[in-house]
Unconditional design. Structure first.
Ligand SMILES: Cc1ncc(COP(=O)(O)O)c(C=O)c1O
Length: 311
C-alpha cells in the first residue's frame, strides 16, 4: 500500500509506523471492529470528502449495533478526518476510520474491553483498475452465500463479517474473475464482495433492497438519487440470479470500486458498458469532483491547507 505520514489514533496524530495495537487486542481475535471506507477527491475548489457525514453516521450506527460506545462525537471525527488528510498533504485518497475493541480482556464478552478509534488515509487508485472502470470487469457468482441478517446484521459494517466477503473474493479470484457476487440465504442476489449491485432492464434501474442482506451503500444511495434526477425509473426489489445473465446492463457501486460496469457474469457476456451505466458513472464522477448540481450537498471541502497544520 501507498504509505502516508500520519495516522490519527485516539485523539492524536502519530507517525504511520507507530500506529500499532497489541497482539492481544480483542478485535484482532474476534473481529469486534467496525469501520468505514470513505474517499476524498481533488475537486474543483480543492480537496473534498464525499458524503463524510453519511459515512460517519453509518460508523456510529455500526458501533451502536455492537454496543461499542463511540468515544468521539461526529464533529470530532469529522475534524479528525480533515486533519488526517491535511497533515498528510493528500488530495484524492481513501480514508479508513476504524473503531475497535482493544487490549485488556479476552473471551467473548467484549463490553469491558476498551474502545479504540483510528483514522488512516492513503492514496488508493481505482480498486478494480482504470480499465475496469472504463471497459467493465468479469464477475462470478460465489458459492458462498452472503451472511443473513438472522446471523450477522448485514447493515452494520463490522470487521468480522468480512470473512464472508473474503471467502467469496478468493474463490472467484482463483477462478479467474475480478469480482464476486454473493446470493443471500434465499438465493436472491445480494452484494458484491464489497459493492452493491444494479442492473438495467428495459430502461429501469433495479437493485436489491435492504431486506436482501445488503450493506446500505452510500454510493448506492447516491446512484439512486442521480438516476431519479435523470428521470430513470428505479426499483428496489429482489433480483434472481438468472436476471443478471440476460440484463441489458449490470454495474456495481462502492466507495472503493466507485461505479464499475460488469461485462460478464459467469460465462454470460453482457457487452461493453451500456448507456445508463455510462451516464450514471459520469454523473457520479462529476459529483465527486464538484461539477454536478449534487456536489454541493455531497462534498465536504477540507478547510485548512496542508501547510498551515502542524503534523
Ligand atoms: C458488502 C458491501 N456492500 C456494499 C458496499 C458499498 O458501500 P459504500 O458505497 O457505502 O462504500 C460495501 C463497501 O463498503 C460492502 O462492503
Amino acid at each position: 500500500m501507498q504509505e502516508a505520514e500520519k495516522i490519527w489514533m485516539n485523539g492524536e496524530l502519530v507517525d504511520w509506523a507507530d500506529a500499532k495495537v497489541h497482539v492481544l487486542s480483542h478485535g484482532l481475535h474476534y473481529g469486534t471492529t467496525v469501520f468505514e471506507g470513505i474517499r476524498s477527491y481533488a475537486a474543483d475548489k480543492g480537496t473534498a470528502v464525499f458524503r463524510l457525514d453519511d459515512h460517519l453516521k453509518r460508523l456510529e450506527r455500526s458501533s451502536a449495533m455492537y454496543h461499542m460506545p463511540m468515544p468521539y462525537s461526529q464533529q470530532e471525527l469529522r475534524t479528525a478526518v480533515h486533519a488526517v488528510i491535511s497533515s498528510n498533504g493528500l488530495a484524492g485518497c481513501y480514508i479508513r476510520p476504524i473503531v475497535m475493541r482493544g487490549y485488556g480482556t479476552m473471551g467473548l464478552f467484549p463490553l469491558e474491553a476498551p474502545v479504540d478509534v483510528a483514522i488512516a488515509a492513503w492514496e488508493w487508485g481505482a480498486y478494480l483498475g482504470e480499465d475496469g472502470l472504463r471497459d467493465g470487469i468479469r464477475a462470478k457468482i460465489s458459492s458462498w452465500r452472503r451472511i443473513g441478517s438472522t446471523t450477522i446484521p448485514a447493515t452494520a459494517k463490522a470487521g468480522g463479517q468480512y470473512l464472508n466477503s473474503i471467502l467469496a473474493k478468493i474463490e472467484t479470484h482463483k477462478a479467474g474473475y475480478q469480482e464476486a457476487i454473493l446470493l443471500n440465504e434465499a438465493g436472491y442476489v445480494a452484494d458484491g464482495s464489497g459493492e452493491n449491485l444494479f442492473l438495467v432492464r428495459d430502461g429501469v434501474l433495479i437493485t436489491p433492497p435492504v431486506q436482501a442482506s445488503i450493506l446500505e451503500g452510500i454510493t448506492r444511495a447516491s446512484i439512486i438519487t442521480l438516476a431519479q434526477d435523470e428521470g430513470i425509473p428505479v426499483l428496489e426489489r429482489e433480483v434472481a440470479r438468472g436476471e443478471l445473465y440476460t440484463a441489458d446492463e449490470v454495474f456495481i457501486t462502492g466507495t472503493a470500486a466507485e461505479v464499475c460496469p460488469i461485462n460478464e457474469v459467469d460465462e454470460h457476456p453482457l457487452g461493453p458498458p451500456g448507456p445508463i451505466t455510462q451516464l450514471l458513472q459520469s454523473r457520479f464522477f462529476a459529483a465527486t469532483e464538484g461539477r454536478d448540481p449534487r456536489s454541493e450537498e455531497w462534498l465536504d471541502y477540507i478547510v485548512a491547507p496542508a501547510s498551515t497544520l502542524s503534523p
